[in-house]
Design a protein around this ligand. Structure first.
Ligand code: HPA
Length: 279
């Protein structure tokens, strides 16, 4: 079988990043809407703009900076994606997960993903942090469609997509930083429209606690490569029809901004704990 074309692209991208900083990262971090500030807290920070990484798609959404940030947190070498591309931007899903696969290619043994999400369950109000325990993929797409890349199985098991040890570490980090951390199921929709109230009622009925437009493709691509995954949603708004106000991206950014301190502290501790375990 010939090598999938994307692997040659990944090797090239990885070489460009390594030229900027030769340190092999142990932990990868993906920062969602309005949550990019964490990357600026890294020690020995080296920023590589996505535009300088061959093959790397550049995000087009406000609040997504577009830098791969290399550095150190609590003794752990980290590669951090400051901004992501979303499926609704129109690229094939294979391109959407390129950056996540690059984290694996660079050597990350665990990847912690973050996103902004709408709260469906009653206790998930704006400013809540929710550790994702499982997901429902309603994007109607999957990044593994097509010939199987033999880096992983044709039919990957997803029964524990969100690694139990990484989840335990997230709770330890929450306790250490005094942050409240809920748990729940994340439903991923394609967007870019926000949901209708009827869709939110459906999502609640089928077991979703929060809703967003990202993360799931990356989780699937990383699990396919055997990389351990953990994910936290910052609940930035009540899902459609739960509150009175219409949804607006500026509300998402604003709430993410207000959560920044708590979120960054939790994430830093989480990376430190995970780094010590995968080293
Ligand atoms: N729906 C979908 N995606 C989102 C939301 C939402 O309510 N909030 C932030 N991202």
């Amino acid at each position: 079988m010939t090598e999938p074309e994307s692997n040659a692209d990944l090797a090239q991208a990885s070489a460009a990043v390594r030229a900027a900083n030769g340190v092999t990262p142990a932990v990868g971090v993906v920062l969602g809407s309005g949550l990019g500030a964490f990357a600026d807290t890294l020690g020995s920070l080296v920023k590589v703009p996505y535009s300088r990484i061959p093959g790397m798609p550049v995000p087009g959404v406000v609040g997504h900076a577009g830098n791969l940030c290399l550095g150190e947190v609590g003794g752990a070498a980290v590669a951090c994606l400051q901004g992501r591309v979303h499926a609704y931007e129109g690229l094939p899903l294979e391109r959407i997960v390129f950056a996540a696969r690059l984290l694996a290619e660079l050597g990350c043994r665990a990847v912690l993903l973050t996103n902004a999400a709408g709260g469906i369950r009653a206790d998930l109000t704006p400013g809540s942090l929710m550790l994702i325990t499982d997901h429902i993929n309603l994007m109607g797409r999957n990044p593994l469609v097509g010939p199987n890349d033999p880096v992983g199985p044709r039919f990957p098991d997803m029964s524990e997509a969100y690694d139990p040890a990484l989840r335990a570490a997230a709770h330890d980090a929450a306790q250490a930083t005094g942050a409240e951390l809920a748990e729940g199921v994340y439903a991923a929709l394609l967007g870019p429209t926000y949901e209708t109230p009827a869709e939110i009622r459906m999502l609640r009925t089928i077991g979703a606690d929060a809703v967003g437009m990202s993360t799931v493709p990356e989780v699937i691509a990383l699990r396919h490569r055997g990389v351990g995954v953990g994910a936290v949603s910052c609940i930035t708004n009540l899902a459609a029809g739960i509150g009175d106000a219409p949804l607006d991206h500026s509300e998402v950014e604003e709430t993410a901004g207000l959560t920044r301190g708590r979120f960054t502290a939790l994430l830093a501790k989480w990376v430190e704990l995970v780094g010590a375990r995968v080293e």
